[in-house]
Design a binder for this molecule. Structure first.
Ligand code: CIZ
Length: 351
């Protein structure tokens, strides 16, 4: 039972109703995360307890599309960071339990300063977000006077506060097009920035040299091999992938955009997915009759984000029971970051 934040805003979760025959145990993940058939009953019990706790504590559970399948299943709302940021702003729950990484929970807090935002594991960081600090951005701004700073949502509150506008993978092109100015510093993801620059050639875009290692590890040659074994497949890639991968893609979009992209190809049976592996579980739930294949051809890296996998069901339960770990943001920094986020939220998704 999965929900798309953009289409089913408040559907109630039904982890309690699930049966042991669910696809959780069949889903082919890196072995550490595969649920053994003999453990399914325990997983279901834990999911039921989490749902009960969420109700009792007036909590909404938001989960990113890269979360573990068992965590995706207990979420009230699933989505990419843009969809989740919007939903976080709309909720009237007392608590937001954010199953994602730190910058996402921090963005939810910035947009909801009067609500408690909990991140079940503080180890859930983001190496891309950490590739730029307030100091390094300040230094860069001084080197490029007169440039507007567009910052990917994968960044700290301090960096957002020093930026003119944020973007996500779901609206980066529209955000850049919406600017009156032509000189832009795009930070921190160089792959996303390069892809945006190709769509908006009329702007002069300087790229910061950061990347998401999970996506950047994928090479076109690996995708080519996967295409050779599935010649009729549609290739869907995330814009954090390198240019050689994007050049082979039929569709380039954010994770929530991938859900819509599959629907645009009703004739296709097989889809090659170039993003973090948990997205394949999400797509399988929405399209049980289609086949989804990881783009890496299983060369070992498995497009695995270790930070997204820091959160599991016991930690979600603990977050609800103990009210941990609360995200706090300095009010002045939050005000600056909120300005960049609100400015972004006024721009529609790319599609
Ligand atoms: O913006 C996000 O949520 C990220 C990091 C990926 C995606 O497209 O969902």
């Amino acid at each position: 039972m999965t929900r798309d934040a953009t289409t089913i805003p408040s559907a109630g979760p039904a982890a309690e109703e699930r049966t042991a025959s669910s696809s959780l145990a069949d889903f082919c993940t890196p072995p550490t995360w595969t649920v053994r058939p003999e453990d399914i009953e325990d997983v279901r019990r834990l999911q039921g307890e989490i749902r009960q706790l969420a109700r009792a504590r007036s909590a909404v559970i938001l989960a990113h599309n890269y979360q573990l399948p068992a965590v995706q299943e207990v979420a009230d709302i699933l989505g990419d960071s843009l969809a989740l940021a919007i939903k976080a702003r709309e909720t009237d729950a007392e608590r937001i339990v954010f199953c994602g990484v730190h910058f996402m929970a921090e963005s939810a807090k910035i947009l909801n300063m009067d609500r408690k935002v909990l991140l079940p594991s503080l180890a859930a960081g983001c190496s891309l977000a950490d590739s730029i600090t307030a100091d390094s951005l300040q230094d860069w701004k001084e080197r490029y006077p007169g440039h507007v700073v567009v910052t990917y949502i994968n960044s700290s509150a301090e960096v957002k506060a020093l930026s003119d506008i944020c973007c996500t993978s779901a609206n980066a092109v529209s955000v850049v097009r919406s600017l009156r100015e032509d000189k832009i510093l795009f930070t921190p993801d160089r792959n996303l920035g390069r892809w945006v620059a190709r769509q908006v050639p009329e702007k002069d875009i300087v790229l910061y040299d950061g990347c998401c290692p999970t996506h950047d590890v994928l090479r076109g040659i690996s995708v080519e091999k996967t295409v050779q074994t599935h010649p009729r497949a549609v290739v869907i890639a995330h814009p954090e992938c390198r240019e050689d991968v994007l050049d082979m893609a039929d569709e380039i979009c954010s994770t929530s955009g991938m859900v819509d992209a599959v629907a645009r190809h009703p004739e296709a049976q097989t889809f090659i997915i170039a993003t973090e592996w948990a997205m394949v579980y999400r797509l399988q739930q929405v399209y049980p009759d289609k086949e989804f294949v990881m783009a890496d051809g299983c060369i070992g890296c498995r497009l695995h984000c270790p930070y997204m996998k820091m959160i599991d069901l016991p930690l979600v339960k603990r977050a609800l029971e103990e009210d941990v770990f609360e995200i706090e943001v300095d009010p002045e920094v939050a005000a600056g970051a909120r300005r960049s986020l609100e400015r972004m939220l006024a721009v529609p998704r790319d599609r």
